[in-house]
Ligand binder design. Structure first.
Ligand code: MG
Length: 440
């Protein structure tokens, strides 16, 4: 089993050139040849894996269009623009620099899920090389970044941003945001200060995950620079978090709740999110009489849900927001540009006052194999017997009046996760303990 929720991920000893070549050949066969985009982040193993991926695709007859080092949302935006049949992005997202991964996206822009990955894996046993005169071409397209920037500019009020000139600190974490974010915000007319904004596959500035602990330098820079906001991305630039003008870190699901607020103010419709996302998103949607639809955790499931039934926005709890008007990528660049636009109206801390605050508690219940299933089943039985409002697409999420609990088996480790969210910390703790007792 190579494919996980976000493609094939591993250390270089596992995801090595020979595996990358084989996976790419199988992906090429899965997409039935055609035109496939290849992009990568700046990890040190990226170029070696890129050459294997490109070779694998062309060897089964795909025409490869290389974009070089770009953010994941840039590469995913280019699928439609270049009329490609699929895309492989070589990036391990927010993972440490020694990791890498092959993220596969289809011609509609939908990230390939674990289930579809299994179909690709089956093809790895029967690779059909192209005839010598039918191997694919390999070309380079060097305008992906300006194309993506242009598209983003068409989806925000650039005039307003140029007039207000918000002061922003950009923390690119030495990842792919470095090749687009400073240029994007300069073109938008914002006043910018950059941190960790040169590419370095060792991520020397900070760990790639934009958690509160990892962006302390950004927080300090926002405070000392009297900036309107701080913005930080992970290595492939799909996830983004904000820091308000007072130096407060804005966690991923509050970033998403803000985006839902901005989106629904202009265009009503359903919002899609994963079962692990804060109730704040539903509270915002309710204000506009709009609905929230829940999916299993993982970007591919969000994409699939948005394609299956119309939705105006999608997003996950770690700060990945999908703007379907542009692409099905979690677009950390457009999300950040939307923040710049919103800051023309009022301060980020004032915007945050519109998002209800919640507290959460996360517990782990140790359990293996069958026991994991039993725990989740107990939660489901309880929800049914007591007529609770629940969602069971990924574990069981039970929605209570102003709180919720999710009981969900870990896919890779020996425990079941229990999250509880409520208006106060005490209530969240009480809820978590109550449900732990119920299911164990
Ligand atoms: Mg990412």
């Amino acid at each position: 089993m190579y494919f996980g929720t976000n493609g094939v991920r591993g250390l270089f000893s596992e995801l090595n050139p020979s595996l990358a070549l084989k996976v790419a050949q199988a992906v090429g066969m899965y997409f039935k040849k055609g035109k496939i985009i290849v992009a990568r982040d700046c990890r040190l193993t990226g170029d070696v894996l890129r050459s294997a991926v490109v070779s694998g695709l062309a060897s089964v007859g795909c025409d490869v269009v290389e974009l070089g080092i770009t953010s994941a949302p840039t590469a995913e935006y280019m699928i439609k623009k270049l009329d490609a049949d699929g895309c492989i992005i070589i990036t391990a997202s927010h993972n440490p620099p020694e990791w890498n991964a092959l993220k596969v996206v289809d011609g509609k822009g939908i990230a390939v899920s674990k289930e579809r990955g299994e179909e690709i894996e089956k093809l790895m046993d029967s690779i059909g090389l192209a005839e010598w005169d039918r191997v694919g071409s390999i070309t380079f397209y060097d305008r992906a970044v300006p194309d993506h920037i242009q598209a983003i500019k068409e989806h925000v009020d650039t005039e307003k941003i140029r007039k207000r000139k918000p002061k922003l600190v950009l923390d690119c974490g030495n990842g792919t945001a470095s090749v687009i974010a400073p240029r994007l915000f300069k073109e938008l007319g914002a006043d910018i200060i950059t941190l960790n904004s040169h590419l370095d596959g060792r991520f020397p500035g900070r760990p790639s995950e934009p958690s509160e602990k990892n962006v302390q330098e950004l927080i300090a820079a926002v405070e000392s620079g009297n900036a309107d906001a701080g913005i930080a991305w992970d290595a492939d630039g799909d996830r983004v978090i904000f820091v308000d003008e007072k130096g407060n870190y804005v966690i991923g699901d509050r970033v998403y709740a803000l985006c839902v607020l901005w989106k629904l103010s202009g265009k009503k419709g359903d919002a899609v999110t994963t079962v692990a996302t804060s109730r704040a998103v539903e509270d915002v949607a309710e204000r506009f009489s709009c609905r929230v639809r829940y999916t299993a955790i993982g970007a591919p499931y969000l994409c699939e849900e948005i394609v299956s039934r119309p939705a105006v926005i999608g997003g996950e709890e770690v700060g990945g927001v999908i703007w379907p008007e542009l692409s099905l990528a979690k677009d950390g660049m457009l999300t950040a540009a939307k923040l710049a636009e919103a800051l023309c109206e009022k301060k980020l801390s004032s915007w945050l006052e519109e998002i209800p605050a919640y507290h959460n508690v996360k517990l782990k219940i140790e359990a293996q194999g069958e026991k994991k299933k039993q725990i989740v089943q107990k939660a489901l039985d309880y929800a049914k017997e007591n007529n609770r409002d629940y969602v069971d697409v990924d574990g069981v999420r039970i929605n209570l009046e102003d709180s919720w609990v999710i009981i969900r088996p870990s896919g890779t480790e020996d425990y079941v996760r229990l999250f509880a969210e409520a208006k106060t910390k005490e209530k969240a703790e009480r809820l978590a303990e109550e449900y732990r007792a119920l299911v164990t």
